[in-house]
Ligand binder design. Structure first.
Ligand code: SF4
Length: 201
């Protein structure tokens, strides 16, 4: 295999070896952003950041899809980009890389420069604070990079959009929406977009 150059899976860095992307543009009519064609350059950028922080040889699962349908299973990746529009992605962090824990939305509808800035800061903390053998996504949860608020936010959104809650538990609906208002206020003050609300039918 070495003689015929078929050993890239052995020589590749962990990011390249384990990365995955869907076909997205120009093949998939549902794609809102690049994925397969974008993965090589974005993967190299991630590798450069990792190398900057002395993390180049650590295992890291990176996935990109061109839309939220998630054909490359981005929601299980340690770092995932989910396409929102040309050049813009939702950045997810925190899948365990073994397919047993979903990641969480970390930054919404951001461009490459913002994504790399966020990852640079996260890798810097990871390099400084990681425990022996700890993977990036496990650190992201332990250190609060992927905040518990992401889990609470998901629960509240599910609650707010549950038709039974809307009709039978208006107080619970109000409570869920009030929580979402508070989170959105924080989101907007930090430059992120707010989201929509459910209402009593
Ligand atoms: S994730 Fe979206 S863009 Fe990618 S192949 Fe699936 S449907 Fe198409």
């Amino acid at each position: 295999m070495v003689r015929y150059g078929l050993d890239a899976h052995v020589r590749a860095t962990p990011v390249r070896r384990d990365a995955l992307a869907c076909v997205a543009l120009p093949t998939c009519p549902l794609a809102m952003a690049e994925a397969e064609r974008y993965l090589p350059s974005f993967g190299r950028a991630v590798e450069r950041l990792l190398a900057t922080h002395g993390l180049r040889d650590l295992p890291l699962v990176l996935r990109i899809t061109g839309c939220p349908n998630g054909c490359a299973r981005p929601y299980l990746a340690e770092i995932a980009l989910v396409g929102k529009a040309p050049g813009r992605y939702n950045l997810h962090l925190g899948g365990d890389g073994r397919g047993q824990r979903l990641n969480a939305l970390y930054r919404e509808n951001v461009d490459e420069a913002t994504i790399l800035t966020e990852l640079d800061a996260a890798f810097a903390r990871f390099a400084a604070e990681r425990e022996p053998g700890e993977r990036f996504a496990d650190f992201a949860w332990r250190a609060g990079l992927v905040a518990a608020s992401a889990v609470r936010e998901g629960s509240m959104r599910a609650l707010a959009w549950d038709p039974e809650v809307a009709t039978q538990e208006p107080a619970l609906l109000d409570e869920a929406n009030a929580g979402l208002e508070r989170m959105d206020a924080r989101r907007v003050s930090s430059g992120r977009s707010a989201t929509c609300r459910a209402s009593t039918p």
